[in-house]
Design a protein around this ligand. Structure first.
Ligand code: SF4
Length: 385
């Protein structure tokens, strides 16, 4: 089983962010820490026979939480669960939060992978995004993490930013790859409702939907071009793509995320965290005061529970699997569901094979490069009613 821990605190809200995070004061951060610990401990009996194969501490900005609180959270994790000694333990970090001292303590706590949110190496873009740091700050955070002994670092960058040109994006990729992180996530900006960006760029979004010329946001063709050029520059620099938005040096793929795409059960702890246990998808409540209150009263913090049918699980296995370059493993499908994948999805596989979008080889079924470009359309057809 995998474990996800949500830390919903950030220095300030970025203009494009719709994650569950905010700038709460230290009193609330402390209360949240104890609530989170109570939630962790409440699972002791239920998961006593499970082994945790990976832990991902995400947010928010986990490195913004006081180190002493984080230590207490980790103490609770180790006292509650049996954590595999080779577990990948990742923590998200934003430049300017964390210090050499803090990074050394995280390493000591067992954190062996750091995921740093950079987004862009161009200071004007960072300002536009509402990030609190510049590129120089990122460089010093990166170096301190290395000095503290992090040998597995991932860096997040973004494509599709307002006014982004290939020059700007390639500058980001070149500056990041120069530092040789082991992993790079390259996400497309999605302008979500409820964010400052949505208000600012909603006209562009409407134009884009109508296939008309946009002003600030790249249009669909430009977005595609940026994605493809980023893909080849990253490959040229030695980073192989293993998932739609993720690239890694050989052997440095993120195990936690692969587990998620392969539908390994996971337990999410903390505000708004999601879990998948015994084919039931749970989501925790999203209001921080209620979350703390319920944890204090030892009440359940689960908000939603959706029981997945076998058909739901099979569909999910297919469309999550197709996100990865290696696709899905036919034998694994059979072992999980007791059916041959062709018996369930034969029609779709044949159709997309004929169109050159899907390929079958060496016991795997995966999207071709052409298929990856239209992955949403392909994945949609694997949804069973
Ligand atoms: S640092 Fe990340 S989680 Fe925090 S506000 Fe910015 S985008 Fe959102």
């Amino acid at each position: 089983m995998e474990l996800y821990i949500h830390i919903p605190f950030c220095v300030q809200k970025c203009k494009y962010c719709d994650f569950l995070s905010g700038n709460y004061d230290v009193k609330l951060r402390e209360k949240y820490t104890y609530a989170l610990i109570a939630e962790i401990e409440s699972y002791k009996e239920r998961f006593k026979d499970e082994t945790i194969t990976s832990i991902y501490v995400g947010g928010g900005t986990p490195t913004f939480l006081e180190v002493v609180f984080m230590q207490r959270i980790f103490d609770a994790i180790y006292q509650t669960f049996s954590v595999d000694q080779d577990a990948e333990i990742s923590m998200e970090c934003n430049p300017g939060t964390g210090s050499l001292e803090a990074f050394k303590i995280y390493r000591h706590m067992g954190v062996n992978r750091l995921s740093i949110g950079l987004q862009s190496a161009n200071d004007d873009e960072l300002e536009l995004l509402g990030r609190v740091h510049n590129f120089e700050k990122f460089e010093s955070t990166f170096r301190e993490a290395r000095l503290a002994g992090f040998e597995n670092i991932s860096v997040d960058i973004m494509t599709g930013l307002p006014y982004q040109t290939w020059n700007k994006l390639s500058n980001t990729i070149k500056k990041v790859t120069y530092l040789k992180p082991e992993h790079i996530s390259c996400y497309s900006l999605i302008v979500e409702e409820g964010t400052e960006f949505y208000e600012k760029y909603k006209e562009d979004l409407e134009l884009r939907e109508k296939d008309l010329d946009t002003v600030a946001l790249p249009d669909a063709d430009m977005e595609y071009e940026l994605y493809k050029r980023a893909q080849s520059l990253l490959e040229e620099k030695g980073y192989h793509q293993y998932e739609i938005s993720n690239y890694a040096l050989e052997g440095k793929e993120c195990k936690h995320n692969i587990g998620y795409w392969k539908r390994i059960p996971y337990l999410g702890v903390g505000l708004g965290a999601a879990s998948l246990i015994d084919e039931v998808r749970y989501t925790n409540i999203r209001d921080i005061s209620s979350y703390i209150e319920r944890c204090e009263k030892e009440e359940s913090v689960r908000d939603e529970e959706i029981e997945l049918s076998k058909r739901d699980a099979m569909s999910e296995y297919m469309y999550l699997g197709f996100r990865m370059n290696e696709g899905i493993v036919r034998q694994e499908f059979f072992e999980l569901f007791g059916l041959r994948v062709e018996a369930v999805f034969g029609k779709q596989i044949k159709k997309f094979e004929n169109e050159g979008l899907v390929k079958t080889a060496e016991g795997r079924i995966f999207l071709t490069e052409k298929g990856m470009d239209v992955s949403n359309r392909v994945m949609a057809e694997f949804l069973l009613d």
